[in-house]
Design a protein around this ligand. Sequence first.
Ligand code: SF4
Ligand code: SF4
Length: 302
Amino acid sequence: METAHNDTSEPPLGLFRINAGSCNGCDVELAATAAVSRFDVERLGCRYTESPGEAAIVLITGPLTARVREKALRLHGAVPEPKVTVAVGVCPVSGGVFRDSYAVAGPVDAYLPVDVNVPGCPPRPQAIVAGIAEAVLLWKARRDGVPPPTAGSLPESGGENAAPAGVRGRMRFNAAACVGCRMCAHVCAGSAIRFDEEEAGLRFTLWHNSCAFCALCAHYCRTGALAVTEEWQLAHRHEEQYRLVEQGVVPRLPCAGCGEPLLPVPPELLRVAFRETSPEIARLTALCPECRQKESIGGTRR
Ligand code: SF4
Ligand code: SF4
């Protein structure tokens, strides 16, 4: 990981935390980056400060509730330029599971510029450290009046950063196994999943900046189209936020009877529904519901 600020002749860069209505989950992970030597932010040439006037990098947690908005914005304004702002967790970026709540005034970027996002609910300390490393690069570029460097390479997920067994990371989508039932979107508290009708089929999109990695969508997906991975390293520049998505298109196929487009029925669903398939079942799944109904009362619509 490129860190850029390990010149010991320079004073450490101040990190200032703003809790904008967080549940404290992300704040506990921030404490780990200060107190656990394995994650220690001091190796990046940074140090936490309680004084906004001494800070260079702002770490903001929480969805920016209406109750704390004015105070949070005032504190952010007290940090001298050139400051860099890091959104820690999905809440400051999208509201996360608190999205659309009457008590939430965010997202944070509606009120102040955000430079780096660290998705997660909460993010792992290593991901926060990677986000701070990006912020250090941006801060130095601003101080020196040079264009921002290309995004630093993120640390590998292996080695000392290996995730313990069972860590829930980003979700993976397999369009070939999806039946388009939309149950995943229905159970997603963070409204991270959406479906769009397209000419080619049904487009699935999962926005990682709103995903809590709760894995409920995978739990309720009967066909196995969604799976949890251990990929938790998702820190990125804010301008990349809408590129960090999981996408796929479930193609519509013509009905074998009338030619109307229909979503395919993947074999996984047939196994769940019938345990065993047969040529007759396979033939019926190639028909739209209307043709199936007509066939059952005699003759396929042509
Ligand atoms: S991913 Fe699974 S739950 Fe979501 S629409 Fe596809 S089949 Fe249904
Ligand atoms: S893991 Fe699935 S259900 Fe949970 S927040 Fe992410 S997309 Fe939504």
